[in-house]
Design a protein around this ligand. Sequence first.
Ligand code: ADP
Length: 460
Amino acid sequence: MFKTVLVANRGEVALRVIAACHELGLDTVAVCSTADRQALHARAAGRAVCIGPAPAERSYLSVAAIVEAACLAGADAVHPGYGFLAESAQLAEACAEREVAFVGPPPAVLRLVGDKVAARAAMRRVGVPVLPGADEPAETPAARHEAAESIGYPVIVKARGGGGGRGMRVAADAASLETVWRTAQREAQAAFGDPRLYLERYLAAPRHIEFQVLVDGAGAVLGLGERECTIQRRHQKLLEESPSVAVDEATRRELAAQVARAARAVGYRNAGTFEFLRDESGRFHFIEVNARLQVEHPVTEMVTGVDIVKEQLRIAAGEELAIPEGGVMPRGHAIECRVNAEHPATLRPSPGTVTAFTMGGGTGPGVRVDTALEAGGVVSPHYDSLVAKVVAHGRDRGEAIARMRRALAMTRIDGIETTIPLHLRILADPDFQAGRVDTGFLERFALGGETPARAARRGG
Ligand code: ADP
C-alpha cells in the first residue's frame, strides 16, 4: 500500500479522499490555490501545498503544478477526485514518468474513453447498444446533412471531448442544423479547447441510468449496480438514486454483464461508470464512460456498503478485488441531493461567505453528508457551485425520500442561496414520488409546465 497520497482536488471530494486515506492509515497532502489557503480541505490533510493562484487553469488544472507538488511532498500516489484533472491522460502519464501512482485508469484508457466517438465505436464492437449516430468527422455541411438525415431528426450535436453537459445542442430539423452545429462548435472550443463534434439520435424523454464498476489490475470486475440520474437541469445531474425504479432484475443482470465485458475489452482499470439512456420503450443505449470517481458515488456506497474510494486506492496499489460469491447485494434505497450555491429558482451561482451552517437534527438515522462547508467559510466564484451532498438511505425508496425531506428541512445554510428549496419541492412532487420522470422533468417542473400529475389533477 502507499505511504503518502497527494489529493489533487478541493472541496467536498478532497475531504472524501482524505477521509479514505486516513482510514487506511495513509498520510495525506492537500493542494490549494491562494484562494483556498484557509479552506477546510487544506486544513484536514496532514500537509497542504499551495500550487498557484485562484483561477483553476493556473492551480488545480495545472499538470505541472500537481506533479511538482507530489514529488516535492514525497507522495507515492495522486488521487485526482472528480472534475479538474480526474480524466487527464496527461496527468496520468506525467505521474508515471515520475514514478508516482495515478489513482485511476491507465493513460491509454483515459484517451480512448475521453474521445466519445472512439468510446462509442469500442462499445459497438463488443455488442453494447449505442444510439444511431455519425462517428465520421462530418467536416462539411453536406456531410453533416447527410449524416443527420440517415440518423433521423431530431439529432443532438455533441462535443467529442465534452463533459458536464456543455457543447451539446439539439437540432430539430435540417433547417436548424448548421446554426446548431456552429453554436456547439464555439461552446466546445471555449469549454474544452477542442471544437470537434459528432451527431447522435436525440431521445425525447429518456432516463439517465449508469452502471458503476471497479476493475482491479488483473481485470477482475466488481459490478456495484446502477444509479439513476434523470433529475437534471441543462444536462447536469441534480439528484441521483440507487437502485433505479426503471430497472428490473433481469435487465440489471444483462446490463451488468455487458458492462463487465466492455470494461474487460477496453482494458479498463480502477473505478468507472458506464452511462446509458433508457428510451421510452425501455431500451438502453450507451452514451459514455466516466473514467473516474463520480459526484454521485455515495448512493452506491450506501446501498452496497463498499467504500469506492478505498477500493480505488487499493486497486491502484496493486491489490486484488475481493469479489463475493454471487456479486454484491444492494440493500435498500439511497438518494443524493446536490446542494449547490445557487438561487433555487434561476439556478444562477450564489457565491459568498457562509454565516451559519447547521444540519440541526437532520443527520439522524440513514443520512450522510459530504461537504466542505463551514460557518465563516467562503464559497468562491472561481470554482464549482456544489457545496454539499446530502445522501439518505432507507429500507425502500419511500423511506429514503422521507429521510431526505427531514434532513433537508432541518438544514440551515445562511449567507448564500442554495438548491435546498428546489430539492424539497422535487421530493414532494407526486410524479417524482411515483418515479414518473425523464430528463425533461426538472425543466417542466421548474417552469411550472405540464407534468403527468398535473394533467391527471386537471383530468387531462
Ligand atoms: P456529458 O459528458 O457532458 O455529461 P453525456 O453524454 O453524459 O454528456 O450526456 C449528459 C446528458 O445529456 C444526458 O444524461 C442526457 O440528459 C442528455 N443527452 C445526452 N445525449 C442525449 C441524446 N442522444 N438524447 C437525449 N438526451 C441526451
